[in-house]
Design a protein around this ligand. Structure first.
Ligand SMILES: Nc1ncnc2c1ncn2[C@@H]1O[C@H](COP(=O)(O)OP(=O)(O)O)[C@@H](O)[C@H]1O
Ligand SMILES: [Mg+2]
Length: 455
């Protein structure tokens, strides 16, 4: 396929390309016409009939071959490159992204593109401090209709912008139950990855924490449970030297699940529902985190993390309904001190945990400053917002993102806006949180026993 190397750089100049789709089309018609003429010629000029028949079947075969060649995947690939190249070229001209002096092009914006194996188009736009800058930074408005493809992502760097366009795969929700959620599901998933849907994932290597927000009944606890199943499948709570903390401010579903796990797995699973317990558990979590930092320091070069070293099973601290914990602290002096200690501990974990494989996953109904103080909220770098938040809540929760093209969330259960590092997007994306349908204690324990790693 390397016979022909087409340039994928688009800028305005005179006679920019030798190969164009027009010339490709003309050469096809030309060749076929020529062979057609030769064919007709054989009928009139060769009197010896058998020889004439051989020649005419030869030329007919040649026409079929030429036609086949122009329909081959090789030519299709070339045609799609030419299509993108010429569309982008026309776009540059019509947007006036070049300068002319005395009929000579003296300056032109450049677009470098690449067509990926699944037919997405990546357009890399180098930036210079010239008058095209502003337009080049917002080129998606023109790229989408020019190529007729929706925008998948836009990444901005100091010296370039990379637009990715194409047809995104449809997101499918994982719906699992006690029979289908087994070891096999987790088999090929690397330690730092938690799958969220067929196309999306959460990387523990890129994210220390996640904040899960949404009104009552939108599915926060179910989302935390999904992360909990993943934590268990990775060995958290059962491997030596791991710690799984579970605090449920409402002493509801997650608390009951935590108790079952504590009975099943022992001391490495710690459960609570009061502010005192959260303070205690988070203190312990930090001790373990610090001990891990010591080990990492002794074992490795600068900047390695638990996942690079491949020797640490991740630890998790789950906090469901943080605002209820705050309410339980009350407004006495002691209560306030306790709340402050909790916030400090959680803030520290949220900030530092990743490198030691220590992760904080918390939920609260409303991410306003009262429920989750801004200092802590600003440390939350990944967010899952269930249901449809208003624009002020959107800005609070996703302060790390651009919010220009936020997708609309339908009222389907589990639908959420999601943002995390390593997602390849500057905006929150739509996701559907997996649902594990376990109704009884027995079913829950069946799943747990099925997914725990064997040693
Ligand atoms: N991802 C989901 N898919 C399907 N149904 C869900 C999902 N999340 C939640 N539900 C349904 O909604 C109910 C309430 O969810 P829950 O997690 O308890 O909400 P919250 O903790 O936000 O109050 C669940 O019992 C379940 O039936
Ligand atoms: Mg809940």
């Amino acid at each position: 396929m390397k016979i022909l190397k087409l340039s994928k750089s688009v800028k305005v100049k005179v006679n920019p390309y030798v190969i164009t789709s027009r010339r490709l089309f003309l050469s096809r018609i030309g060749t076929e016409l020529l062979v057609g003429l030769l064919l007709i010629n054989t009928w009139f000029s060769i009197p010896f009939i058998p020889f004439g028949l051989i020649m005419s079947s030869f030329f007919t075969g040649l026409i079929i071959l030429v036609e086949k060649f122009f329909r081959s995947t090789f030519i299709k690939k070339i045609q799609s490159i030419l299509y993108v190249r010429e569309s982008l070229f026309d776009m540059l001209i019509s947007l006036n992204l070049y300068e002319e002096s005395n009929n000579l092009v003296i300056n032109s914006a450049t677009l470098n593109f690449e067509i990926t194996p699944n037919n997405d188009v990546m357009v890399k736009v180098p930036l210079f401090g010239n008058k095209f800058l502003k337009l080049l930074k917002n080129l998606e408005e023109y790229l989408i209709p020019t190529l007729g493809l929706p925008l998948i992502s836009k990444q901005e760097f100091p010296d370039c912008v990379i637009y990715k366009l194409g047809h995104t795969e449809k997101i499918e929700q994982y719906v699992l139950n006690a029979h289908t959620l087994t070891k096999e599901f987790f088999e090929d998933i690397p330690t730092p990855i938690i799958k969220l849907s067929n196309t999306q994932q959460f990387s523990l290597k890129s994210n220390t924490n996640i904040g899960i927000y949404g009104r009552t009944g939108t599915g926060k606890t179910i989302a935390l449970q999904w992360y909990l199943f993943n934590a268990l499948a990775k060995g958290c709570g059962s491997d030596d030297d791991t710690y799984l903390g579970i605090v449920d401010g409402k002493a509801a579903d997650l608390y009951r699940i935590g108790e079952l796990l504590h009975e099943e797995l022992g001391e490495q699973v710690a459960v609570g529902s009061s502010p005192q317990m959260l303070a205690k558990l988070s203190r312990k979590f930090i001790e373990i985190m610090d001990a891990r930092f010591e080990i990492i320091k002794q074992n490795s070069s600068l900047n390695a993390d638990a996942y690079d070293l491949g020797m640490m099973t991740p630890n998790f601290l789950f906090v469901d309904e943080l605002a209820s914990i705050r309410d339980s602290c009350g407004s006495s002096k002691q209560g306030k001190e306790l709340w402050n200690e909790i916030l400090q501990n959680l803030g520290l974990i949220a900030r530092k945990g990743r490198q030691a494989g220590c992760h904080l996953l918390l939920s609260t109904q409303d991410p306003n400053a009262e429920n989750i103080p801004v200092e802590l909220r600003n440390q939350i770098s990944a967010v899952l917002y269930l249901g449809n938040p208003g624009s002020d809540r959107l800005r609070m929760a996703f302060s790390m993102c651009e919010l220009e093209n936020v997708p609309t969330v339908s009222d389907r259960k589990g639908e959420a806006l999601f943002y995390a590092d390593g997602l390849n997007s500057v905006e929150p994306v739509l996701t559907i949180v997996p649902f594990v349908d376990v109704k009884t204690k027995r079913e829950f324990l069946q799943v747990v026993r099925n997914i725990l790693p064997v040693h």
